[in-house]
Ligand binder design. Structure first.
Ligand SMILES: [Zn+2]
Length: 410
């Protein structure tokens, strides 16, 4: 077989991402970005897993092919061995037949020699009884044929004797011919047998090579499959982590929604990002923007909303945050400012009294003071401002259900 099974070597070119980075669970809030990063890492692992799978499949297919080829060689080898066995039996049979013929031949030769000896005896008897001068000639002959020729010459042999001797000679020659034929057949068979043995030896060599190749492929498959399993495990771990983070993100969203809907949970210092209306009254007596000042008579910008109300009405923090100002603040009178930590600041002016101190953390809805008319004011009301990006913006944009009813101002 030699080069028929070129062995493919699959170099493990890909560095496996076995160490899958996982963020410390529960340390901080989960973000969609983190989940997306994990997902792209997971996708990389999935791609590696698919590549490894293709390698394993290719090796398995090679393995199946070589196994099939080896099976065919095994069958051929078995057939060749059977032929060799049959040949051996036949050759042994020929051996027996040749041995039989050898025995027959020996017997024929023995009879021939015996006959020769009889003639010699007769010749000697003839010599003793008469004067046959050719005795010396007869005794020099080496076999029956020569002897018969000599005897024939002298006319001393009867025709019946001659026929009998011819039969002996023919029988011996026939046995010799059959034996020679058997020997030739046997030689042919032995040559064929040698060919079969050479063929069979080559087959055995091929089978051994195939066996080694199969063993090598099986080892490769086992190793690559182990790598595949490891990647698969990493992929499973990544998927599990992603599922966990997605669940955690969802939980955070639910919690956030619950907080926004249900008001203060207590202790939060950062804003929720949405505002609640800070006092009981929803009557706006003066809107945000340009207006004529009720006291000075000047046209100027009103920096917030004036909300009607009664002395002592509770003023609540519109959102959670940190109190950055709690005290008298010029025309605002008793004033509180809250930084919500998300770019928004709220301001509450003209309070009769203040319920918080500077630096205090407040939650959305916490009482921070009470409606009054301190500072530049003509009657009890709340002056409410929302700051964003360093300037004031119209608070009305964040609320619905307010009623505009001009009255007490500033
Ligand atoms: Zn005002």
């Amino acid at each position: 077989m030699n080069k028929r099974y070129a062995r493919s070597v699959f170099s493990c070119a890909l560095a496996l991402i076995m160490a899958f980075s996982i963020l410390p669970a529960g340390a901080f809030a989960v973000t969609q970005d983190e989940i997306d990063t994990l997902k792209s890492q997971r996708d990389e692992i999935s791609a590696q897993r698919r590549e490894k799978q293709a390698v394993v499949d290719e090796l398995a297919s090679q393995h199946a092919t070589v196994l099939e080829q080896k099976l065919a060689m095994d069958q051929r080898n078995m057939y060749t061995l059977q032929q060799i066995q049959l040949n051996s039996e036949e050759i042994a049979l020929y051996d027996e037949m040749i041995a039989d013929k050898a025995e027959e031949l020996a017997e024929a030769k023995r009879l021939e020699a015996e006959q020769l000896e009889k003639y010699r005896a007769r010749v000697r008897a003839m010599e003793e009884n008469g004067n046959y001068g050719f005795l010396s000639l007869v005794l020099k002959t080496n076999n029956l044929g020569e002897l018969l020729t000599v005897m024939d010459d002298v006319g001393e042999i009867m025709e019946s004797d001659r026929e009998l001797e011819d039969q002996y000679i023919a029988a011996r020659e026939n046995t010799e011919a059959v034996k020679a034929e058997y020997e030739a057949t046997k030689a042919d068979m032995e040559a064929r047998q040698a060919e079969l043995r050479a063929e069979q030896a080559e087959l055995e060599k091929d089978i051994e090579e195939a066996t080694l190749l199969i063993a090598g492929l099986e080892e490769d498959i086992e190793n690559r499959r182990a790598e595949y399993e490891a990647i698969l495990a990493a992929e499973d771990a990544a998927n599990a982590e992603i599922a966990e983070l997605v669940a955690e993100l969802e939980r955070q969203r639910q919690e956030e929604m619950a907080n926004q809907g249900g008001g203060s949970g207590g202790g939060s210092v950062s804003g929720t990002g949405s505002f609640i209306w800070p006092t009981a009254s929803t009557y706006i007596t003066s809107r945000f923007g340009l207006r004529v000042h009720p006291i000075t008579g000047e046209t100027r910008s009103h920096t917030g909303l004036d909300v009607g109300g009664s002395y002592g009405d509770t003023i609540a923090a519109a959102d959670g945050g940190t109190v950055t100002l709690a005290g008298v603040n010029g025309g605002y009178g008793n004033c509180v400012m809250i930084d919500h930590g998300n770019g928004y600041i709220t301001l509450y002016g003209h309070m009769s009294s203040i319920a918080v101190t500077k630096g205090q953390a407040v939650s959305q809805g916490d009482a921070i003071g009470y409606v009054g008319s301190t500072g530049l004011s003509t009657g009890p009301h709340l002056h409410f401002e929302i700051w964003s990006g360093g300037g004031r913006i119209d608070p009305e944009q964040f609320f619905t259900g307010l009623t505009f009813s001009p009255g007490a101002g500033e």
